[in-house]
Design a binder for this molecule. Structure first.
Ligand code: GAR
Length: 209
């Protein structure tokens, strides 16, 4: 049976677009994007979903007092949508344990750095690239990983690297990482998951043939 993929977004949604394009090209084997949920009513990602006939839900983060009450609302939506896989594609809210425990090893996130560098609470979007440039690292990249109860600490599925150049701005580095790593590896990891080709051994993730 094809898996129901629910994508959670907060912003521009270029990673969502990469997933939509991959699905159209037959590159997501065994799964289908059935719903997009946004924490931000104005996210352009919602337009991308609508333009492609994908149903959308908005659960505004600012209407909830804390992460727990917000996560309970998202959990209800995920259950209603019969989620088999949840993809955080530029989703800027940390999910509470009520979701991460129920959907253990069923939530995939894309983080724009090489975990365990430049990750955890407060490291999101352009801030990640600002910190990497400030540190002076010579390579950076992105990590596709499972989500557990600690921010950016779940099992790593795939990572890819790019060079950091002397004159890079956070925006330039972000674009290089998105184009060369995120937009390729996120659809790849989603397809591997939908084919049951990610094995967990001792809390670590391995891709099987
Ligand atoms: C992406 O670079 C993604 O890796 C990052 O935000 C951007 C969202 O772009 N996510 C995080 O920082 C999560 N901690 P998009 O909305 O165009 O996909």
């Amino acid at each position: 049976m094809e898996k129901n993929i629910i994508v959670l977004v907060s912003g521009g949604g270029t990673n969502l677009q990469a997933l939509i394009d991959a699905e159209k090209n037959g590159e997501i084997i065994g799964g289908k994007i059935t719903c997009v949920i946004s924490s931000n009513p104005n996210a352009y990602a919602l337009e991308r979903a609508k333009n492609n006939g994908i149903s959308t839900r908005v659960i505004p983060r600012r209407e909830y007092a804390d992460s727990k009450s917000y996560s309970m609302a998202v959990l209800d939506a995920l259950d209603e949508e019969k989620a088999d896989l949840i993809v955080l594609a530029g989703f800027m809210t940390i999910l509470d344990e009520c979701i991460t425990s129920k959907y253990a090893y069923k939530i995939i996130n894309v983080h724009p750095a090489l975990i365990p560098s430049f990750c955890g609470e407060g490291f999101y979007g352009l801030k990640v690239h600002e910190k990497a440039l400030e540190y002076g690292v010579k390579v950076s990249g992105a990590t596709i990983h499972f989500v557990n109860e600690k921010a950016d600490a779940g099992a790593i599925i795939l990572q890819g690297v790019v060079d950091v150049k002397k004159d890079d701005t956070p925006e330039v580095l972000q674009k290089r990482i998105m184009e060369n790593v995120e937009w390729k590896l996120l659809p790849k990891a989603v397809s591997l998951f939908c084919q049951d080709r990610i094995e967990i051994v001792g809390g670590k993730a391995y891709v099987t043939e």
